[in-house]
Design a protein around this ligand. Structure first.
Ligand code: CA
Ligand code: CA
Length: 507
């Protein structure tokens, strides 16, 4: 035998091919014999040959094939699908896409997969095929595709416009059942005599379905009565004062479980509200600012409850302190004016309002808020009143708006949001510092203090200039109101959505 490089190369090539074939022979066609379905079945004259199960029966001939009954159109494709009965790591898919070597070939089709019925089908990598020239197509995945359902979706075919699949093979290995995830819902706080809580759970399973739910009590001062304990939503009743923990256990169709717990805190019946609740009182802090403080109607009734708080700064016209400290109550200016006796908001406002009255006691009549003194006042209020330190916001008008501006430029980590109205700001040199901080500002269009400084750009639809800052995350809202002149803040603060915003921000 003489040396022949071409023959040697051919032999090597066959050698590697046979290795590849033996590797493929070891892979299992996990679609064979599995339950199938199809959008339609072509039965004319061949009722025993065109069933969709024929695409998964392991027989690759011209007759045992699925065929669709009508010509496919792009917006209503014909499809055939297999349910692998469990999630598999799929390494390749081979589809025989013609009746035989020359006739009835699919031209445009997609191969799709999904891990469960709770998510949409996705086209597998390389699975969107157009102008197919071959009678057999194999898709091999660099990363295995995890799926339980695999679908072929035919959009265009040759000849008689009928889609045909002689055999649809899916190669891979079955994955272990993935446990479901459960969520027991938010913790709850109730006040006796109310002694019932709704338990609202949810669960999902990435590779199957939720077969059952079970609520159980983990701990608590007494044994609670659980109603509908085998549903996602249950009721815990006959609760006593103390802390209960409940667990939701979800079981999937493969028997795996996932769980989550939630806590119910039951407060004892309280004493009557704080004597100062539902109105404002003077928090006399001689040496800095005299301050009016509003406490909500239920203040003091729920031990441990923390309230959102609003720092309210007045404008130059509110600088009315007198020696008898009466003006702070008699002539309030700023947001706290919404809470003067007799107003409906007194009964419903859920936050604490801290309204210092400038100028500082014993200080010169200056119309600007001292940034450090004002901030110190807020920090002290956190120690005196039941304030949630993560829910303190700022609002002010005119020079009070500037006072808010100064707070958020120097101390904004203390605060959850700011609502400065009708004022000069932001200062052009540093307004980009305000990115990602919740701000709602407003003023009249024609107010020189508001319009002149570039809070908004009228040609851009009143969008704040802070939008142009690098990294801006979209938390600044500008509301330009109709009307003229400098005032208008009382109208703005009387809006329920503005009142709600002030107590809804979280640091
Ligand atoms: Ca077949
Ligand atoms: Ca599962």
């Amino acid at each position: 035998m003489f040396w022949n490089p071409r023959r040697l190369a051919k032999a090597l090539c066959f050698g590697s091919l046979s290795l590849a074939l033996s590797a493929q022979a070891q892979a299992t066609n996990v679609a064979q014999g599995k339950p199938s379905s199809a959008s339609s079945v072509h039965a004319n004259g061949f009722p025993t040959q065109f069933g969709h199960a024929k695409a998964f029966n392991g027989i690759i001939n011209t007759e045992d094939r699925w065929g669709s009954s009508i010509p496919p159109v792009p917006w209503n494709p014909e499809w055939v699908e297999v349910d692998l009965q469990a999630v598999h790591a799929i390494t390749s898919i081979t589809v025989y896409v013609s009746r035989d070597a020359t006739f009835g070939r699919m031209l445009d089709f997609d191969v799709l997969a999904r891990p469960s019925t709770t998510v949409d089908f996705q086209v597998v990598p390389g699975g969107a095929i157009t102008d197919n020239p071959q009678t057999t197509r194999t898709l091999t995945f660099a990363q295995p595709v995890n799926a339980r359902h695999v679908r072929l979706q035919c959009k265009r075919s040759t000849d008689d416009n009928i889609c045909r699949v002689r055999e649809f093979q899916v190669f891979g290995t079955r994955l272990a059942n993935q446990p479901p995830s459960a969520a027991a819902g938010n913790d709850a706080v109730i006040l006796l005599p109310s002694n019932t809580v709704q338990l609202r759970g949810t669960a999902s399973d990435s590779d199957g379905t939720i077969a059952s739910y079970r609520w159980e009590q983990v701990s608590g001062p007494t044994t609670a009565v659980l109603t509908s304990a085998t549903s996602a939503n249950a009721t815990a009743s006959s609760l006593a004062a103390g802390v209960y923990v409940f667990r939701l256990v979800a079981t999937d169709n493969g028997g795996a479980t996932g769980s989550d717990t939630m806590r119910v805190t039951v407060h004892p019946t309280s004493a009557s509200p704080d004597a100062r609740a539902g109105r404002f009182h003077v928090w006399n802090r001689g040496g800095t600012y005299d301050t009016a403080v509003f406490l909500p109607k239920d203040y003091g009734t729920q031990p441990g409850k923390k309230y959102p708080a609003v720092l309210s700064l007045h404008g130059r016209g509110g600088t009315t302190l007198n020696a008898a400290h009466t003006e702070v109550l008699a002539n309030p200016e700023g947001f706290i004016r919404q809470l003067t006796p007799g107003k409906a908001l007194v009964d419903t406002f859920p936050g604490i309002v801290i309204a210092p009255n400038g100028p500082r006691v014993g200080g010169a009549i200056d119309t600007w808020w001292n940034v450090d003194t004002t901030h110190a006042l807020v920090l002290q209020a956190l120690t005196v009143y039941d304030i949630d330190p993560d829910r303190v916001t700022l609002t002010g008008l005119s020079s009070g708006g500037s006072g808010v501006n100064d707070q958020i430029l120097k101390y904004r980590t203390t605060y959850a949001g700011a609502m400065p109205l009708a004022y000069f700001a932001p200062r052009p040199t540093n307004y980009c510092d305000l990115e990602a901080f919740p701000i709602w500002t407003s003023g009249h269009y024609s107010d020189g203090t508001f319009g002149a400084w570039g809070w908004f750009n009228a040609t851009d639809g009143y969008h704040p200039l802070v939008r142009q800052c690098p990294g801006y995350s979209g938390e600044v809202t500008v509301t330009v109101t109709l009307g003229s002149g400098h005032s208008g803040w009382d109208d703005f603060w009387s809006r329920p959505e503005a009142q709600s915003w002030l107590v809804s921000q979280h640091r």
